[in-house]
Design a binder for this molecule. Structure first.
Ligand code: SF4
Length: 247
């Protein structure tokens, strides 16, 4: 693993999904096979495989402290092109330092992760109605999780973290995205642990060889996504959880 400390030029960027996005790191130790963020390699000149390098933006909190005073308040997404709670965050604490600033200035934040390290910062989220915390939960099959998301937490650990956060009164959500093989039955496991759910299909081809090599190609078909999406929507509706299917 190649970990570099780098200076960033800016940190509070415009986002197409939310008002702003903060990426404290470039690269992601979770190494998801389908990850769209690997395009960042082109902009940074990294030759290592995705998941084998991390650039740590050491000046992220300093930049945020300056930029937040110049920009109109809006919702900030943590993060877009990396997991804000990947293992390196335990040492550098940039996500936490940025969150402390956002909370101080009373900005709204949407945290999205696949890591239980997010629980470390529960005290920052508790009682703050402007903060929501989501987990990507893509399958209930741990074997499938290991194939596609080798560096991320187990599905059981992610759902457990959602339960802890939700029980503490924190607004929580699940991103069933991309919907992987074995994800069609997730409604029951998420029951009572999330306020809302998004479901999306696989939109990238980076992981096609994993589907092929493991005889999973049927779960990459329109037929699978349509039927699994319908089942999830119906199951969540039955249990009273808001569910948006994005395809
Ligand atoms: S956790 Fe997100 S950013 Fe990190 S490798 Fe997986 S998909 Fe990419």
């Amino acid at each position: 693993m190649n970990i570099n400390q780098v200076p960033a030029k800016s940190i509070l960027s415009k986002s197409a999904i939310f008002d702003y996005v903060i990426n404290p790191y470039i690269g992601c130790q979770h190494s998801c096979a389908y990850c769209y963020a690997r395009f960042m390699k082109r902009f940074t000149g990294h030759k290592e495989a995705w998941g084998e390098f991390i650039d740590v933006k050491m000046n992220a909190p300093l930049l945020l402290e300056k930029e937040i005073k110049r920009k109109s308040p809006g919702r900030v997404w943590l993060s877009g092109f990396c997991d804000p709670y990947q293992p390196v965050e335990e040492k550098y604490g940039l996500t936490r330092a940025c969150l402390e600033i956002l909370v101080h200035y009373k900005w709204a934040v949407t945290v999205q992760t696949k890591s239980v390290l997010v629980l470390r910062d529960m005290a920052l989220f508790k009682g703050n109605k402007k903060i929501e915390v989501g987990m990507s939960v893509t399958t209930s099959d741990e074997g499938v999780r290991q194939l596609f998301e080798p560096g991320a937490a187990s599905i059981e650990a992610r759902i457990g973290a959602l339960e802890v956060l939700h029980s503490a009164g924190i607004r929580t959500f699940a991103m069933i995205a991309p919907l992987l093989p074995g994800g069609q039955g997730l409604a029951g496991e998420l029951k009572g642990k999330v306020d809302y759910v998004f479901v999306d299909r696989m939109n990238y081809h980076y992981a096609d060889c994993i589907y092929r090599e493991n005889g999973l190609f049927a779960e990459l078909s329109d037929k699978f996504f349509v039927s699994a999406g319908k089942r999830l929507a119906a199951d969540f509706e039955r249990q009273g959880t808001e569910c948006t299917v994005l395809f």
